[in-house]
Design a protein around this ligand. Structure first.
Ligand SMILES: Cc1cc2nc3c(=O)[nH]c(=O)nc-3n(C[C@H](O)[C@H](O)[C@H](O)COP(=O)(O)OP(=O)(O)OC[C@H]3O[C@@H](n4cnc5c(N)ncnc54)[C@H](O)[C@@H]3O)c2cc1C
Length: 412
């Protein structure tokens, strides 16, 4: 049984709620408090905010992670709409002060405060300019999309690419802008990135790649996006998707070490005994990478939550996260799945299908090791090859047909 009797989880979303559920599943019967800044009826899944919620094929009710009955069964002290403020955590006294001045006492505390959308300086204060992180963000964007004519998405990472695909699926025109030469290029590299450039073009998305944003123009409301090459794109709605930043300022002064996320070992322990961190806000040591990494993906948040719950409940045994990283993205009703974490400069070998085709599976490799496998519209293909990543299989043996290998500097 756990040495802790009062556990506080800060952050009422995917990672925080999974810690709570896992603790109860493991038989933890002590006090559990969940503090969450968002005033929602239940923690919700963000992954559909850029997909089906935007296209209007699902409603907010479909996003909730738990029903009211399921929350009741967890026997929780649930404090949604409340936040941990700066200088609120005092590890020596084992107390956390909330924004309504409530003081919570704890034996163990889990940081699960996630990340927020980055807001580059060019965003300014014009109406019609959006980021997408929360349910209210998505609903505000969806409402404005209904009457928008010239939509520009800034940033062709996963969220930007998904938003562009959703806008096209709604039958509206959209321009996707990014300084990189391909969408998703910083993660997937130029070859697979070119496939996504093709995909977006085939579906009618206008691409402005290799060019950045100088400024947004408008009088009260945005009317255009000035590119770094001087051109002006007309725009009455702009979505900025340029990455996320961990929400950790509230820990300043607490003694918990933070450096682009809360620094943790491979079991979610911070430098302060009894304080753990999970999900987008955390940067865990990873044996797989040989360093500390922060991952902003759904699978990572849920896996870390399980490990931390195990470590809280079992005093002696130390659980660690040994899973290979993985994520998915949906664009134009096609699912892309990645296992591993290749560098964009790694070699690429298509083992089934090819770029531009309806479906493919490709391996990434470096230093004669398979570093990743990506599947496009081919979940079975992913299952077939993903073990190569976990095993760190030999690249030359796994890609025995040399014709398959496309050097990374080749464009097609
Ligand atoms: C639009 C979108 C689409 C996505 N699609 C995918 C996808 O297809 N595949 C994939 O793998 N991943 C996807 N993700 C990423 C995935 O949703 C995140 O990795 C996941 O939400 C992380 O969960 P989390 O609980 O760590 O953080 P979050 O979900 O960010 O939750 C943190 C919570 O903590 C709260 N909080 C913050 N500060 C405080 C405070 N001081 N006090 C109290 N509460 C606080 C926040 O309000 C928030 O509710 C997507 C994310 C977004 C935004």
């Amino acid at each position: 049984m756990s040495r802790f009797q009062r556990i506080v989880v800060v952050g009422g979303s995917l990672a925080g709620m999974n810690v709570i559920q896992e603790l109860r599943r493991l038989g933890y019967a002590g006090g559990l408090t969940l503090v969450g800044e968002e005033d929602v009826q239940s923690p919700y899944d963000r992954t559909e905010l850029s997909k089906k919620l935007l296209t209007g094929t699902i409603d907010p009710d479909d996003l909730y992670l738990l029903t009211t009955e399921e929350i009741d069964e967890l026997d929780l002290d649930l404090r949604l709409g409340r936040r941990a403020t700066s200088l609120s955590l005092d590890p020596s006294r084992h107390t956390l002060t909330l924004d309504d001045a409530t003081i919570l006492e704890f034996d163990a505390l889990v940081v699960a405060t996630g990340s927020r959308a980055r807001r580059p300086a060019f965003m300014g204060g014009l109406a019609g300019v959006h980021v997408l992180r929360t349910l209210p963000d998505a609903l505000a964007l969806r409402a404005e999309l209904d009457s928008a004519r010239n939509i520009v998405v800034v940033g062709a990472g996963f969220i930007g690419a998904e938003v562009a695909a959703s806008v096209r699926s709604r039958g509206q025109s959209v321009t996707l802008v990014d300084p990189q030469p391909t969408p998703l290029g910083t993660v997937l590299g130029p070859i697979v990135g070119s496939h996504f450039a093709d995909l977006h073009t085939r579906h009618g998305t206008d691409l402005e790649l290799g060019v950045g944003v100088q400024e947004l123009v408008g009088d009260g409301r945005v009317s255009g996006v000035r590119l770094t090459d001087g051109r002006l794109l007309p725009a009455d709605l702009v979505v900025v998707g340029v990455g996320g930043a961990p929400v950790t300022e509230w820990l300043d002064g607490s003694g918990v070490e933070v450096d682009n996320g809360v620094l943790c070992d491979d079991g979610g322990h911070t430098n302060v005994p009894g304080i753990y961190a999970v999900g987008d806000a955390a940067r865990w040591y990873s044996d797989y990478y040989g360093t500390q990494v922060r991952s902003e993906h759904w699978n990572n948040a849920t896996l870390q939550a399980t490990v931390v719950a195990e470590n809280i409940v079992a005093a002696a045994k130390k659980s660690t996260l040994c899973a290979v990283p993985s994520f998915w993205s949906d664009q134009y009703r096609k699912r892309t799945q990645m296992v591993g974490c290749p560098r964009p400069t790694d070699e690429v070998c298509f083992v089934s299908g090819g770029p531009g085709e309806e479906r493919f599976v490709a391996l990434y490799g470096r230093d004669d090791r398979v570093t990743g496998v990506i599947s496009f519209n081919s979940p079975r293909g992913l299952i077939k090859y993903q073990h190569l990543v976990a095993e760190g299989a030999s690249w030359s043996a796994s890609t025995a047909l040399p014709d398959n290998i496309i050097p990374t500097d080749t464009r097609y």
